[in-house]
Design a protein around this ligand. Structure first.
Ligand code: HEM
Length: 278
């Protein structure tokens, strides 16, 4: 039996711990955890990049209904034969849905499963008092909210692909209300942008040097700069999304005031990008 002297002869430094010094000799139980982690990262990356495309797509309505209608027509394959193919919307929304489900299942194992665990995490965040740990806490809270918010959003498009229309989307936003949409927007952008930042940290896009004190990278480092940049991008996304939300809400309010709740948008003469389009 090892004596205390032998057991405690080497106290690992912070750098040893972070770099997992000695871990290569540890018996590995299963590769499953590592695979789940990669799956979570890959789907997270796809969804994070998708959020920028999503913002460009939905934000197009701010430049006019014609532009938005043309983008919807593009994703519906009107360029093929002049008809809108609902199945194309379904395939695209279905792919994003699948990414969300895989991402969520992989993330579930990180969720606290009792009040005690939640309390421990909270105490840990307070104790460590480091920006990255706090961001992780924000990830957890926004993930919990998104669990309730993202499925109604995706399901409504998956089962009703014909609802892709500038007027109908406006009416939908009007009925959802500004508060609900804003909470959804804030949770989405914070979760997505913090997620991309965490991926960058985790998959080592910084040239880390084990010889330097990597626990002390708080200030003045590239990482602090990236963190600030990420929060600025998240803020810009929230501002941009709020403008889009307001435009959609106003379109919806106007349709309802005109008793035209179910009236689809007709593109103005010559506005269609596709000659044979309706
Ligand atoms: C292919 C999948 C998706 C499509 C086609 C799509 C499309 C749309 C459309 C047309 C709107 C406008 C208003 C509305 O209908 O509520 C919207 C709003 C919104 N979407 Fe999505 N979405 C998709 C996936 C997602 C995902 C995965 C998230 C979040 C994780 C998300 C977050 C939001 C948020 C927060 C809003 C409200 C913000 C705003 O109006 O600016 N969407 N989406």
């Amino acid at each position: 039996m090892a004596t205390d002297k032998e057991k405690y002869s080497h106290t690992p430094t912070a750098t040893d711990n972070v770099w997992g010094v000695g871990l290569k000799d540890v018996k590995r139980q299963s590769k499953c955890t590592a695979r789940l982690d990669v799956a979570q990262s890959v789907t997270g990356l796809i969804l994070g990049i998708f959020l920028f495309c999503h913002m460009a797509f939905t934000g197009s309505v701010n430049f006019g209904k014609d532009l938005f209608a043309n983008l919807i027509a593009t994703s519906g394959g009107v360029w093929l034969d002049g008809a809108d193919h609902a199945w194309m919307h379904v395939v695209f929304v279905g792919f994003i849905f699948l990414c969300v489900i895989v991402h969520m299942f992989c993330a579930l194992r990180r969720f606290p499963t009792s009040y005690k665990q939640l309390h421990d995490i909270r105490s840990h965040v307070k104790l460590v008092h480091h920006e990255d740990t706090t961001l992780w806490w924000v990830q957890l809270i926004t993930a919990f909210c998104l669990f309730f918010l993202v499925f109604p959003h995706l399901m409504s498009m998956l089962v009703n692909p014909h609802g892709f229309d500038p007027n109908l989307i406006g009416v939908h936003t009007y009925h959802n209300g500004l508060l609900y949409t804003f909470i959804f927007l804030v949770c989405t952008e914070l979760h997505g942008m913090i997620g991309l930042y965490r991926l960058a940290v985790k998959w080592d896009i910084f040239a880390k040097n084990p010889e330097t004190k990597i626990m002390d990278q708080r200030a003045g480092s590239e990482r602090a700069g990236l963190r600030k940049g990420m929060l600025i991008v998240a803020l810009l996304m929230i501002v941009g999304g709020s403008i889009t939300m307001w435009t959609n809400y106003s379109i919806g309010a106007e349709q309802i005031a005109n008793n035209a709740e179910a009236q689809r948008y007709e593109m103005s003469e010559g506005a269609s990008w596709y000659n044979h389009a309706k």
